[in-house]
Design a protein around this ligand. Structure first.
Ligand code: SAM
Length: 216
């Protein structure tokens, strides 16, 4: 059993995320674009983007999804890792797009007013953050009423054997900066968000795209 208090465990997990992504940033696109690309592209396509709409992307990483947005919407990407953000900034510069803004920020404490965005996308970040429930509640807060929230993530399996194996692997994968056993409920049970659709994506359908609408 851990001797750290829960606040210390969260601080420890946050430091680990920054450390891990400080290293992963260098190779992230080579390893994760092909594996996670289909789900990322599908998730962006589920956003009902209208002319002039605003989008918040939580955990934007190296900005792999940024070229997927049309230029008639305003996109703000946030991430906690400076190393990942540096790559995202370089990508924005290469793209030469003025509708993309990047800010370093902790998803557990978003520095935006309530209902600041028409849509929020969270690609592959919920299993990385130490407090998924707190992040989901922040996502709900900054999305406008009737706005869309799309999450793409791997969730813990409901199959008892697979779930048991994921539970066993999770302490190890935590050292790599993600958990395998985050339950789907951590997302779909967020108060104020109503599930519209859940679809399986990527290799063997092991990841899911969850489309939600803010109802209050
Ligand atoms: C698996 S990567 C996904 C990156 C990107 N969304 C993609 O589709 O490739 C997870 C990202 O979440 C970021 N992250 C982890 N914890 C965070 C937090 N508390 N606040 C903001 N970003 C966080 C990491 O720095 C990393 O860039």
């Amino acid at each position: 059993m851990s001797r750290l208090s829960s606040a210390e465990q969260v601080a420890d997990a946050s430091r680990r995320v920054e450390r891990v992504y400080g290293v992963l940033a260098k190779v992230y696109d080579d390893f994760f674009d092909w594996a996670l690309g289909p789900g990322r592209r599908y998730a962006v396509s589920r956003l009902p983007l209208g002319d002039g709409d605003s989008v918040l992307e939580v955990g934007v990483g190296t900005g792999l999804s940024l070229p997927l947005y049309p230029s008639n919407c305003r996109v703000t990407g946030i991430d906690i890792s400076e190393a990942m953000m540096e790559r995202a900034r370089a990508r924005v510069e290469r793209l030469g797009r003025t509708n993309l803004e990047l800010r370093r920020m902790d998803a557990r404490n978003l520095h935006f007013a309530d209902e600041s965005f028409d849509h929020v996308l969270a690609p592959y970040v919920i299993s990385v953050v130490p407090e998924p429930g707190r992040v989901m509640s922040e996502i709900r807060r900054v999305c406008r009423i009737a706005g869309t929230v799309v999450v793409v993530n791997h969730f813990g399996s409901r199959n008892p054997i697979l779930g048991w194996m994921e539970g066993l692997l999770s302490p190890a994968t935590q050292w790599l900066g993600f958990r395998m056993d985050v339950p789907l409920e951590a997302v779909v049970d967020t108060p104020g968000l109503e599930v519209v659709k859940i679809e399986r994506v990527n290799l063997l359908g092991m990841w899911r795209v969850v489309v939600m609408r803010r109802v209050d």
